[in-house]
Design a protein around this ligand. Sequence first.
Ligand code: ATP
Ligand code: MG
Length: 392
Amino acid sequence: MFTAFLIKYAEIGVKGRNRYMFEDALVDQIRFALEKVEGEFKIRKTQGRIYVDAVSEFDFDETVEALKKVFGISGICPMIYVEDEGFEKLSGTIVDYIGKVYPEKNKTFKVFARRARKNYPMSSMEINCELGGVILDAYPEMKVDVHNPEIELSVEIREKIYIYSETIPGPGGMPVGTGGKAMLLLSGGIDSPVAGYMISKRGVKLEATYFHAPPYTSERAKQKVVDLAKYVSAYAGPMNLHVINFTDIQLAIYEKCPHDELTIIMRRYMMRIAEMIARETGCLGLVTGESIGQVASQTMQSLISTNEVCELPVYRPLIAFDKQDIVDISEKINTYETSIQPFEDCCTIFVAKHPVTKPNVNVIRGHEKNLEDVIDGLVQTALDTREIIEIK
Ligand code: ATP
Ligand code: MG
């Protein structure tokens, strides 16, 4: 039935030049989202509107699902176009439209006509009244309600006539690409994919880093992170995943530092390395899945220690979220089932029985001095030997 979609977006705060940037980014993201959908589409930007036209057969549900993942879209209106072949013809089309879209006829409605083309022989008011009458004749169970109708049938007279009446809610947010780029520290857990999703909802493009510790962490643990990155990229767009071999750094820390500080020191090196890659790739901040008090390494005292090693801002969108709230989002974005697969990650293997919960930064810095002779070389090797996986 439907052959196109009108894409609605919130325009608050996007004026002038920013508005073009906003619209162009939105068009890019829609294009990316629809690449995976069966069917061919054309995306048009005209007169402050964005339309998606199907130019082949397409799967309606799949298309709507894809559009629901494009940040910046506030509503998706399935639509049909018809040529202007006179009012008789239009009336027939409208009756057919209502017949097909609303099997249940016991509803209130109003017709909302707009003329972008002023040479149409009827005024908007006349179109409303006439089409209202046509609908009532065809479906006597329906009733007009101009104030609070269940169905608002838009009829827009443009070069063609556009007809739509349903708005499927979009995800909101800002189009990815309008907010700069950030480096996501992506592990195989529940939290970091959700953190990435949330930051990208504000229009931020992502780059990701995963710290892998073979043979302590398996190929399957890495594959799990690649899978999670794919789920996040369904919203966040394409991204590069930098896989860092962290084993030698972890072993050095294990050998030379107190075991109750392992996790904190390890996390400090993760932040340092992620920041180096962030700078190299034009990222303006780091993103983690940390949440206050969730584990020993996420107490406020621990966060001082992990925070102080970077200069770029560290964004922690989950900082005040309860675990259940995070789980709810991970279910919504489809990452939960993958996140709970039981593959060890590098934090679980080298973790101490009783990690410090209130690390003292000065003490930590002191113990890191034990690594002085080896660490720069190890970090450089880790950077040089990283694998970059394109996620799309
Ligand atoms: P997650 O569910 O995201 O793994 P977590 O509750 O397990 O989080 P930690 O293991 O303490 O918490 O990690 C805190 C944050 O550090 C993670 O959210 C993630 O951003 C980052 N991080 C932890 N381990 C890794 C890793 N192996 N690679 C990349 N980032 C990591
Ligand atoms: Mg983890």
